[in-house]
Design a protein around this ligand. Structure first.
Ligand code: CO
Length: 176
């Protein structure tokens, strides 16, 4: 496994719609890339990572929102995901590996049903609630070039992005 290079705001790849994977793209290399994405997510201590964040403009993502008090790992890899049902609402303080050091409250659906393909290309469906639903909606947004700061008021967004810019400069991080 390998840790992949994260792309940070304001990288252009974070603003474009990613491409769907075709049946020919379900290969052992794809499984390897998803494993590398998971490894990168764990190293960076995130609970979700979308392919554009590591420079791959394809519709795939990994999430691991631990379950229960024992915090059992629950790694999932979703390819060509599509939300087919949304219910309720939940406010969560979100962060993003591509926007290090800043967080903000975002309102999302509390329960979602998603259709997707697993790494073998099989068609699957899952229902997620609360934090896992928040995380999946956040990662799925990345596939559409949407970032969590896009939900904020222009003033709040401007303030946070100024803070982020300073953080990235202090850390010597390039957008990539
Ligand atoms: Co993110």
């Amino acid at each position: 496994m390998a840790v992949l290079q994260l792309h940070f705001w304001p990288a252009e790849i974070l603003r474009v719609r990613a491409e769907a994977l075709t049946p020919e793209e379900f290969t052992p290399e794809l499984v390897q890339t998803l494993e590398d994405m998971a490894e990168t997510m764990y190293v960076e201590q995130g609970i979700g990572l979308a392919a554009p964040q590591v420079g791959i403009s394809k519709r795939m993502l990994v999430v691991d929102v631990p379950v229960g008090e024992e915090r059992v790992s629950n790694l999932r890899a979703l390819i060509n995901p599509e939300i087919v049902e949304k219910e309720g609402s939940i406010v969560w303080e979100e962060g993003c590996l591509s926007f290090p050091s800043i967080t903000a409250e975002v309102t999302r659906a509390n329960r979602i049903r998603i259709k997707y393909q697993n790494p073998l290309g099989e068609h699957c469906e899952l229902v997620a609630e609360e934090l896992e639903a928040v995380c999946l909606q956040h990662e799925l947004d990345h596939l559409n070039g949407v970032n969590f700061v896009d939900y904020l008021s222009p003033l709040k967004r401007k303030m946070l992005l100024r803070e982020l810019k300073k953080h990235l400069a202090d850390e010597g991080i390039e957008a990539a």
